[in-house]
Each structure stands twice: as structure tokens, then as C-alpha cells.
Design a protein. Structure first.
Length: 130
């Protein structure tokens, strides 16, 4: 049920609809969070903490998959290089190209894909194919 939709009434400074981000925790998210809380409390207790506090997760997420990578245009938005299927000189370099999410922070994968993409773009520019 996670999704990003466009607001029908609120506009940004350019007159475009602002995004509405909706996400629900998956049962695995809740289980991993509970495990993290319990493990942290064990460490704190072992070093003499008298109390600990479970803070709620930060109100942000890694929004992934809104411009999915795919071999065929009918299955996604970008090709294996992050180039959009419909606009040949438009590249997307963020987590939106993921086909699904993982159980860990996606930052290093995003960076790896961006470096790979930059090298591809540089080669395409060097050979005048872009």
C-alpha cells in the first residue's frame, strides 16, 4: 500500500501539485524494530543503565520503486543505465529505480548505481552517442 500520489489541492511555488507520501510498516519492519529495541536495551542494561526509552522511528523512509528499472518500457520507467524509456536524454539517479526494497539502508546501492551511470554517461558523451 506504499505510494506517492499528487495532492489535488496543494500546489508548490511553480503551481505543480505537491506529493503525498503514504507508507505502512510491514510486519517485518515491526519485528526488526522490536528486535533492535530489545538488543539495545540489553546493551544498556549490561553497562548499568537504569532506564531506556524506545523512541519512535523518524518520520522518513527510503521511498523506492517509483521509477522502476526494467528491460522493457511496459514493465518500468528506466533502462539498466537509469535512462528513461520515453525521454532518451533523461537519467534518474536515485532509489526510485529500484524494483523492490531490501532490508537495509539503500544508500550504498544508490551510490554504486550512480557511479556506474555516470561512467556510462561520460562514455556516451565521449563517443558522441549522447
Amino acid at each position: 500500500s506504499n505510494r506517492i500520489t499528487l495532492n489535488t489541492t496543494v500546489k508548490d511555488q511553480h503551481g505543480l501539485p505537491v506529493p503525498n507520501v503514504h507508507y505502512d510498516d510491514h510486519a517485518n519492519d515491526l519485528a526488526m524494530r522490536e528486535h533492535g529495541y530489545a538488543a539495545g536495551e540489553s546493551v544498556y542494561k549490561a553497562v548499568g543503565a537504569q532506564t531506556s526509552h524506545r523512541t519512535p522511528p523518524y518520520p522518513s523512509t527510503h521511498n523506492l520503486g517509483t521509477a522502476r528499472m526494467s528491460e522493457r518500457p511496459e514493465d518500468g520507467v528506466v533502462d539498466k543505465w537509469g535512462r528513461t524509456h520515453d525521454v532518451k536524454n533523461l537519467f534518474i539517479s536515485d532509489g526510485s529505480v529500484f524494483t523492490s526494497s531490501a532490508a537495509a539502508n539503500p544508500t550504498l546501492t544508490i551510490v554504486a548505481l550512480a557511479i556506474r551511470q555516470a561512467e556510462y554517461i561520460a562514455e556516451q558523451l565521449r563517443t558522441q552517442q549522447l
